[in-house]
Design a protein around this ligand. Structure first.
Ligand SMILES: O=C(O)CCC(=O)C(=O)O
Ligand SMILES: [Fe+2]
Length: 236
């Protein structure tokens, strides 16, 4: 953006970071709220992620049924996600019981849905599983649907640290049409309603973009889900 000062006619470039990024609806039900978490909240969540990453189940790179290993590392809360099901125990990482779903994330999830869709939707939102994903500079996530849940309640996604190029596709298949958007530290993305089962993925991270003071290298993403499984002992 170029600014011309009124008094002396000097032209200056305004840094991108000073231009507020507007809220955007990428598709019906897919709402991006930039800078939703303030810097203090971001740092608090990073500290919580550090604690969650070490136990009772350690953060690890999930192994897929075809033998491939994901480049992203993740840890779950509430329900343990492994490709492609949920379990109360970390069956692929020593079998420990997964940590309970924390109240702080339940409240955050409701606030997020309120910010995206309004208070009525938020009152119905009962997230019971969180996936905390860590991306180093080389990590990415292929196009997929979040479909191990047995409800169509929205998914809440929070980004911390390094920005990424997030690809939001269509509900039919992993191919075009898609939209590439940047998710930066503090951004909220909610996808529900007609967008709930849209394909999505992370094309790449953008090293060097983490806010100073976040005390952390790389990208963290927290997704909150409502599995529809709570009250039962296992997902299968
Ligand atoms: O890291 C992200 O922004 C997306 C994560 C994701 O799609 C998932 O965990 O299912
Ligand atoms: Fe996903």
């Amino acid at each position: 953006m170029t600014l011309r000062s009124a008094d002396n006619g000097t032209v200056t470039d305004l840094p991108d970071a000073l231009i507020p990024r507007p809220r955007r609806e990428l598709a019906p039900g897919a709402v991006l709220v930039p800078d939703w978490l303030d810097p203090v909240r971001q740092r608090e969540l990073v500290a919580l992620c550090r604690a969650w990453a070490v136990g009772p189940v350690r953060m690890r790179s999930p192994r897929m049924p075809n033998g491939g290993v994901m480049s992203v590392q993740s840890v779950s809360l509430g329900w343990h996600w492994l490709p492609y099901r949920y379990s109360r125990t970390a069956d692929d990482v020593g079998g420990a019981a997964v940590a309970p779903f924390p109240d702080v994330l339940r409240r955050l999830g409701r606030d997020a849905v309120a910010a995206a869709y309004g208070r009525d939707e938020a009152a119905r939102y009962e997230p019971d599983a969180a996936l905390v994903n860590y991306y180093d500079d080389a990590a990415r996530m292929g196009m997929h649907q979040d479909r191990e849940e047995r409800t169509d309640a929205p998914v809440v996604s929070l980004s911390l640290g390094t920005s990424c190029v997030f690809r939001f596709g269509n509900t039919e298949n992993r191919n075009r049409p898609w939209q590439d958007v940047e998710l930066a530290s503090g951004d909220l993305f909610v996808f529900g309603g007609p967008s709930r089962f849209a394909y999505h993925g992370v094309v790449r991270t953008l090293p060097g973009t983490a806010p100073t003071g976040i005390g952390f290298e790389g990208r963290l993403n927290i997704t909150l889900r409502q599995t529809g499984l709570s009250g039962t002992g296992s997902a299968r």
